[in-house]
Design a protein around this ligand. Structure first.
Ligand code: GUN
Ligand code: ZN
Length: 435
């Protein structure tokens, strides 16, 4: 048998087997200072020490060698708005005014399929430049924006989750659907895209204030009719938003109760932000196996608040990291870790380097219920991985000279690194980006 489909990569290699906080830290990951990753037909065949595995290779096997570099599984972004790519860095507002003044006018443009297709390409390029290979993405209310995104992701064979935004009130007319049109269009899009190749569908009510009771009831119905799709929305991001939700849904006991009332919680339900939750709400997320997307750069940019990661961990709610572009300010999961670290510092907590790289890879895959397919280098997983450069800038090169331990190297990468630290990104074992 030939070895045409075998691809071999040599570098430092790190991947996680579990949450470093959940068990003995040194059992939660595998680290190979001189490692080798063997990929067959786009899937992981094996990973190990070069010294041992290198000898088992055919004599003529080509080995792609990345010295001074670290191979990691591709980053996972658990909440990001692709149409907001062009409006990152909009000045001066907090959530509700930011939506009205900047976001809605930008999203209006996505009724145009050509506009949507153009930005989808730029967005996916940007993900790959930043080492992100999977994302849970919000488009706009327009079916055109969903089709454009899925088409672009399919052509690149990327593992992506997306689904039409549902919003039937409290936004400009040009962005509104109705309970019935939202239901019918979602259903048609689910049939068209959910499970097509590596694509999955997420039912996406924007947030409670922009959906009527009727629309949220229809969303619950869609979830019951399609139990294997995702549910994706925002929760408890901003204090004015929470007050508004209490006014709009007086029959509910709180923000999370609104979504619970309509049957929207569950194993594949992902809630972005969750900054202002009480312990009962964390408990309900835990009990229903619902997940949280922690959006550090966005939460700081919009002045939303400091997410309580330790509380989520203590109450056993699964958390992933997210950029939340365009309220977020960077596509880089390295920058996202950096700001997550600072948020925990301000809370008097610590986010360890191991935990943060776990969150950006396997933790994200678990948040998106994709850990049987991606997130680490267990045999048979899809070979989405990235090559990080420890010396991408003069300062990081200088800093890396005094790093002897893995932990120091990871921390410096996250604090000093950004898109420049991504040397290469691979999708299903094929090069998708090379710096
Ligand atoms: N809540 C409702 N819509 C949005 C959005 O587009 N961005 C953020 N950060 N929060 C939201
Ligand atoms: Zn968001």
């Amino acid at each position: 048998m030939g070895n045409n489909n075998l691809k071999v990569f040599r570098a430092e290699i790190l991947h996680f087997l579990d949450d470093p906080a959940a068990q003995e830290e040194n059992k939660s990951y595998q680290y190979f200072p001189d490692g080798i990753l063997i990929v067959k037909n786009g899937h992981v065949e094996t990973v190990g020490h070069f010294k041992e595995l290198g000898q088992t290779l055919p004599a003529d096997q080509k080995v792609v060698h990345y010295p001074d570099s670290l191979i990691l599984p591709g980053f996972v972004d658990c909440h990001v708005h692709y149409p907001q790519t062009e409006m990152v860095a909009a000045y001066g507002e907090q959530l509700l005014e930011w939506l009205e003044n900047y976001t809605f006018p930008t999203e209006r443009k996505f009724s145009d399929p050509d506009k949507a297709a153009g930005i989808a390409e730029i967005f996916l390029d940007e993900l790959l430049r930043n080492g992100t290979t999977t994302a849970l993405t919000i488009p706009t209310v327009h079916t055109e924006s969903v089709n454009a995104f899925f088409k672009a992701a399919e052509a690149r064979r990327m593992r992506m989750i997306c689904g039409k935004v549902l919003m039937d009130r409290n936004a400009p007319d040009y962005l509104l659907d109705t309970p019935e049109s939202g239901y019918q269009e979602s259903k048609q899009l689910i049939e068209q895209w959910h499970g097509k190749g590596r694509l999955r569908y997420a039912l996406t009510p924007r947030f409670a204030p922009t959906s009527s009771n009727e629309q949220l009831a229809k969303a619950g119905q869609l979830l019951r009719e399609h139990p294997d799709i995702y549910m994706h929305t925002h929760l408890a991001e901003n204090l004015a938003e929470i007050k508004w939700v209490e006014k709009l849904f007086p029959q509910c006991s709180g923000y999370l109760d609104v979504y619970n009332h309509f049957g929207l919680l569950g194993k594949r339900s992902i809630f972005a932000h969750c900054i202002h939750l009480n312990n009962e709400e964390f408990e309900l997320l835990h009990k229903t196996e619902s997940k949280i997307a922690f959006c550090p750069t966005s939460n700081l940019f919009l002045g939303s608040g400091l997410f309580n990661l330790s509380r989520a961990e203590a109450q056993k709610v699964t958390v992933g990291l997210a950029t939340d572009i365009g309220a977020g300010t960077s596509f880089s999961l390295l920058q996202t870790i950096h700001e997550a670290y600072k948020i925990q510092q301000l809370r008097g907590d610590q986010l360890s380097p191991l935990k943060s790289f776990y969150l950006a890879t396997l933790g994200g895959a678990r948040t998106l219920d994709l850990d049987s397919k991606i997130g680490n280098f267990e045999q048979g997983k899809e070979a989405d991985f990235i090559v990080l450069d420890y010396k991408s800038t003069p300062l990081s090169a200088l800093r890396s000279q005094s790093c002897t331990q893995l932990i120091d190297k990871l921390f410096a990468l996250a604090i000093l690194g950004d898109d420049r630290a991504i040397k290469a990104t691979y999708v299903l074992g094929e090069s998708a980006y090379l710096r």
